[in-house]
Write a protein that binds this ligand. Structure first.
Ligand code: ADP
Ligand code: MG
Length: 717
């Protein structure tokens, strides 16, 4: 078979007449079995790889490309080095003591023209079926001396073999390595992909030609071909960039269109406060605002004054003073005659906000009410009436705020605190009730700014990038469980100096909430009985009655409780400035951002705060996480470290934010491309918000492919 029929170098004229032009979405309805030679067995193997349609097949991109010019010849290999070789299989036998008649390892004899070497591979028995003589393989591993020289293979990949495909001109140095499995090998896969590309003809480029030209990118057709059949590193890189840009551009177009629609379909109201409440509030604060707080408040007030509904995300590290921004915004809408709501993820935090805000506003004619799930029927009825009648100006609560039966007289602003703790769906609930209040969401989960633009593509972002003056870094130390007495001793000194401390219980799986309570009670008993018999030790956990929780927090705030043993109910937002030490038991079980939040409980006072991570990390990752925490104070830095350790798929609840799985783009790695794609996408949508122009139709279909139900409205009417 000859490869090059439908291949052209990027920029080269199409190798096929443009009569047959296909859009990728069309190919989704064509099963792989349409291809000659694909029967049920091959189709099943492809299915295991997630490939069902022709579209899946042509976009089953290589996981990476191996540069064969870095490969060593067998004759060059030296004992002790790690190396990659490409050779042909000339023999195969099982090694190791057989288990149920099967050898656990394989020894593959390789020949590459310069010499022979056995490559030994363990635990991948199924390779035996594929490593038939003459198969070309790429093997990486360490060269060892055992009974002779051998290559201890870390990876074995069957590489496609252009030579035997009669295409010597393209016996390229770049070999695509495909995600494959036991049912189908890479070579077969590549043959099928080639056949599919031939079958479908010229791929229509859904991206506007001007955008492609401006970005200096090859067409989709050329890029797809080049990625599967690379001709040179340069072309390959351009092709990859094209596919990454493509994916991000389609995503951003969807987000831009959604944003444009929301803005067009909702009429917001202008809330123009006169400063009658805000000014005295700010003057009455025991501190001056930081520059960052002032700026973010100004950005927020400008949004409130505008006719458009506000949708703003305020990001600020733990302790950066987000509450003040929230209160400023709430006061501003109250001045203008509306009501404001502040929603917190936990009852403990809602209560705290209620107490501190009503305290700070005591001298002002502002009525603050609390609404939580655990209020008595009478309390609740009273609160609901005040909310409905409009006597309540500011309503502070948990998600109870958005439950049925809560009616506002004139809800103008919703502030969602610690947004990352809520599901994304909750952001929209207020809207479904027929009002479109302004929304301000606040989060401490540090996300690099450009990334947050993607995750929250339809939000404006403000960043509080400055901590209040005088904040001291939290001295953070890791201690082994067997040496926790040292941490307790250090806490004893803090207590002796009149300060307070938290001791956080190890995290127990949520499903075992009862055990959680038992563990907390045991720890409380130990601390109050043996460790600090002369101190007042309190206990706080999620299963306690609301009234009880309120009393414990009140006593801790008042200094009557000196040591608070708590579960993660204090994780977010809790603010007791006199607390200067925190001991986190079983720290290895917490996530990095959770630990950073917990540590944030003690960064607010004036005394040099201390944090002890009691942990016996069992894995390298978990040790790295804890060490990062000891080293860095900055939440943004920590999120980068976390990202590096965990990989980005797991972070930020990307799924939860409604961002689809991306196939080729990696948000962090490709940030520059992302910024370009976003700019182009927003420009395009500004000119054609509903992607109605005939030239944008193919793009519109791709957006639908990627974002699904989220953008169905693009196709109605
Ligand atoms: P977070 O951003 O974590 O929600 P908070 O709003 O709870 O932070 O503020 C943390 C602490 O810092 C509070 O005790 C608050 O009173 C105090 N604070 C806020 N702004 C300032 C400031 N500009 N100067 C000094 N202290 C401040
Ligand atoms: Mg807060």
């Amino acid at each position: 078979m000859a490869w090059p029929t439908s291949r052209g170098a990027p920029g080269a004229p199409p190798a096929r007449p443009s009569l047959e032009r296909t859009v990728l979405p069309d190919l989704r309805t064509r099963p792989v079995t349409e291809l000659p030679g694909v029967g049920p067995k091959v189709a099943a193997a492809l299915g295991e790889l997630g490939v069902g349609s022709l579209a899946d097949l042509v976009s089953h991109y290589p996981a990476r490309h191996e540069d064969l010019s870095n490969v060593k010849t067998i004759a060059e290999l030296r004992v002790g080095e790690k190396a990659t070789v490409v050779g042909r299989v000339v023999g195969l036998r099982g090694v190791g003591r057989p288990v149920r008649g099967r050898a656990p390892g394989l020894s593959v004899q390789l020949y590459d023209g310069t010499g022979y070497i056995p490559a030994v591979v363990w635990g991948r028995g199924w390779l035996a079926n594929q490593l038939v003589p003459d198969t070309r393989v790429l093997v990486s591993g360490e060269v060892q001396r055992r009974y002779g020289i051998q290559l201890a293979a870390r990876s074995v990949e069957i590489v496609d073999d252009p030579e035997t495909d009669g295409d010597n001109a393209h016996a390229g140095r770049f070999v695509p390595v495909y995600p494959s499995n036991s049912g189908i090998n890479a070579r077969r896969l590549r043959t099928l992909i080639h056949r599919a590309l031939d079958e479908v003809g010229r791929l229509l480029d859904p991206l506007p030609a001007e955008v492609v030209a401006r970005q200096g990118l090859p067409s989709l057709h050329d890029a797809v071909h080049e990625v599967h059949f690379p001709t040179s590193r340069g072309h390959l890189n351009r092709a990859m960039r094209r596919l990454i840009f493509h994916e991000l551009f389609v995503l951003q177009t969807g987000l831009a269109a959604r944003k444009a629609r929301v803005e067009a379909s909702e009429t917001g109201r202008s809330h123009r406060g006169d400063g009658g409440l805000l000014n005295p509030y700010v003057k009455g604060l025991p501190f001056g605002l930081t520059g960052a707080q002032e700026r973010v408040i100004e950005e927020t007030l400008a949004d409130l004054r505008s006719e458009r509904p506000m949708r703003r995300l305020v990001q600020g590290d733990v302790g950066s003073g987000k509450t003040v921004v929230a209160v400023a915004a709430l006061l501003s809408v109250v001045e203008a005659g509306g009501q404001g709501a502040l929603m917190a993820p936990t009852e403990v935090l809602a209560e705290q906000h209620y107490l501190s805000i009503s305290g700070a506003l005591a001298e002002l004619p502002v009525n603050v009410v609390l609404l939580t799930g655990s209020q008595t029927a009478a309390e609740r009825r009273e609160a609901l009436e005040a909310v409905k009648g409009g006597e309540a100006h500011v309503v502070v609560g948990t998600h109870a705020l958005i439950q049925k039966g809560v009616e506002f007289r004139d809800l103008a602003l919703v502030v969602v605190d610690e947004q990352h703790r809520f599901g994304v769906g909750q952001r929209t609930v207020f809207k479904e009730k027929g009002v479109t209040p302004d929304t301000l969401v606040m989060t401490a989960t540090p996300i690099p700014r450009t990334l947050s633009l993607t995750l929250y593509g339809d939000l404006e972002v403000s960043v509080i990038d400055e901590l209040p003056p005088g904040r001291q870094p939290v001295e953070t130390e890791m201690v082994a469980a067997s040496e926790r007495e040292g941490a307790y001793e250090a806490v004893r000194e803090e207590l002796a100096a009149g300060r307070q401390a938290y001791v956080i219980c190890p995290l127990v799986e949520e499903s075992e909430a009862l055990e959680d309570v038992r563990a907390a009670e045991e720890l409380h008993e130990e601390l109050s009985g043996e460790v600090y018999p002369d101190r007042r030790v309190g206990l706080l956990h999620g299963r306690m009655a609301a009234q009880e929780k309120r009393e414990v927090m009140g006593a801790f705030r008042a200094g009557e409780i000196e040591v608070l043993v708590a579960t993660t109910v204090v994780e977010v937002g809790v603010d007791v400035p006199n607390a200067s030490a925190i001991v986190i038991e079983g720290a290895e079980r917490f996530g990095l951002s959770q630990l950073h939040q917990l540590r944030g409980r003690v960064c607010r006072g004036l005394h040099p705060p201390k944090c002890f991570l009691v942990a016996d990390p069992k894995t390298e990752d978990s040790r790295e996480r804890l060490e990062a925490l000891c080293e860095h104070q900055d939440g943004f830095k920590l999120s980068e470290v976390d990202l590096a350790i965990r990989g980005e798929g797991t972070l930020f609840g990307a799924r939860q934010s409604g961002i689809p799985d991306l196939k080729v783009a990696k948000l962090l790695r490709d940030i520059e491309v992302l910024v370009e794609a976003r700019r182009e996408a927003f420009d395009l949508v500004a000119g054609d918000p509903r992607l109605r122009s005939p030239a944008h139709r193919p793009l519109r279909r791709e957006v639908r492919e990627l974002l699904g139900a989220d953008v169905e409205w693009l196709f109605r009417e």
